[in-house]
Design a protein around this ligand. Structure first.
Ligand SMILES: [Zn+2]
Length: 197
């Protein structure tokens, strides 16, 4: 019915989570109706995604070998906050109270979903801990999988000469935090504690 290029656009929108045929068609028309400048920016942004990959050190997103945080020599290299997803790094950065490093696991250990330690960037975490590392803060969510993952990490970090702490409360999930969430997050970071045996 539509020209093939337009059908292709509808089809790729439909690959996004929660987007059905009708919404995909609406999005395709919306792109078609963008002014020339916005449409060029849209195409450039989509093309730019092909340059995005995981930081070889911490697993956060980057267009280079290393991400902006890992490259920043003014960051405190003695502390590493461990999270499951890149969105959580963005959330903590937005709260603006933390100046150490990160490690993004790429998910959580989950017996339900069949995710095992080997599926996550745990080996890389163990390998990057050296004499300059003083503390590892486990900031995985307070869900069952988040707690399981924190317990597992606490166990494997036992052989390392670092202080292992856990957030006072679970990390607010998702990329967008409101002001109240940011305060909770800062409080959770400040009130971190050792994991009880
Ligand atoms: Zn990095």
């Amino acid at each position: 019915m539509y020209p093939i290029d337009f059908d292709n656009l509808i089809n790729i929108f439909q690959k996004l989570p929660g987007v059905g045929a009708k919404t995909a068609q609406r999005y395709a028309f919306a792109v078609l109706d963008l002014n020339e400048e916005d449409r060029a920016a849209y195409i450039a942004a989509i093309e730019g995604i092909s340059r995005i990959r995981r930081c070889e050190v911490c697993g956060f997103l980057t267009a280079d070998d290393k991400c902006e945080v890992c490259k920043d020599s003014s960051r405190d290299r003695s502390i590493i906050v461990v999270v499951a997803y890149p969105q959580e790094v963005a959330a903590i950065e937005k709260a603006g109270n933390y100046h150490g490093l990160y490690h993004v696991l790429g998910g959580l250990i989950s017996s339900n979903k069949g995710v095992f330690p080997d599926d996550l960037m745990i080996e890389q975490l163990l390998n990057r801990i050296d004499e300059s590392t003083r503390e590892v803060i486990l900031a995985t969510s307070s869900t069952m999988d988040g707690e399981m993952t924190a317990l597992y990490l606490d166990k494997v970090l036992k052989n390392k000469d670092v202080l292992v702490t856990r957030l006072a409360h679970g990390l607010p999930m998702g990329a967008s935090l409101d002001y109240a969430d940011e305060l909770t997050l800062i409080k959770a970071l400040n009130n971190r504690r050792r994991i009880e045996e």
